[in-house]
Write a protein that binds this ligand. Structure first.
Ligand code: ZN
Length: 207
């Protein structure tokens, strides 16, 4: 994961929540949800904020970082459902008993916010052979556990992404480390950009 930096909410959405009494996320018209999703995808460069896979208008869903209905005794964020600053774009999160990302998170509150500097991409380490992610600090480890980021599908996807670096020289990897911060012509990051950056940082830069 890497820190997500967000822009402001779309003006039409701001007007809608200001002028609509009793507005709630569930009953919000699709056109506003689509407007929000488009902005979130744009902010995140078309990748899931948790696993880093590619997402688009058809495959992404809107996730609330602080849950709308948190478990008893947990922090309640006022207007959590409609606050743009609390929304993130995520992947479908698997199915059946193989859930990950927000589907695994459900209404739980992660140990830190990925919207702050507490989220440090260099605190995540990826194993080339298995695609397993490990966290540096107890909070990073807890985040991985909560979101089930070591789900088999995700491990395979990450392993494939890291294998894509094979054949590149150390210098080429270092150049790619910087390039991964840039978006393509569709304003999107390369899928698993933060996975690749962390891997390159640990194996080619931080030696
Ligand atoms: Zn995901």
């Amino acid at each position: 994961m890497w820190r997500i930096r967000k822009t402001k909410e779309p003006p039409a959405y701001k007007k809608y929540i200001k002028t609509t009494p009793g507005v709630c996320f569930r009953s919000m018209p699709k056109r506003y949800k689509d407007l929000l999703k488009k902005r979130l995808l744009n902010d995140q460069g078309g990748i899931c904020c948790y696993c880093g896979c590619e997402i688009n208008m058809d495959t992404a869903t809107i996730e609330h970082f602080y849950p709308i209905n948190p478990p008893k005794g947990c922090i309640v964020l006022q207007n959590a459902g409609i606050l743009f600053s609390n929304m993130l774009a995520v992947c479908k999160g698997g199915s059946g008993n193989k859930l990950h990302c927000d589907k695994a998170k459900n209404n739980k509150i992660p140990p830190f916010s990925i919207l702050t500097d507490a989220c440090n991409e260099n605190n995540f380490s990826y194993d080339k052979k298995s695609g397993t992610v490990t966290g540096k600090t107890p909070k990073d480890k807890e985040f991985i556990r909560l979101l089930k980021l070591n789900d088999e599908t995700l491990k395979t996807e990450r392993r494939n992404a890291i294998e894509g670096l094979e054949g590149l020289s150390s210098l080429e990897c270092k150049k790619m480390y910087l390039r991964l911060l840039h978006r393509n012509e569709n304003n999107c990051y390369k899928k698993y950009a933060f996975v690749l950056r962390s891997y390159i940082y640990e194996n080619f830069i931080c030696l």
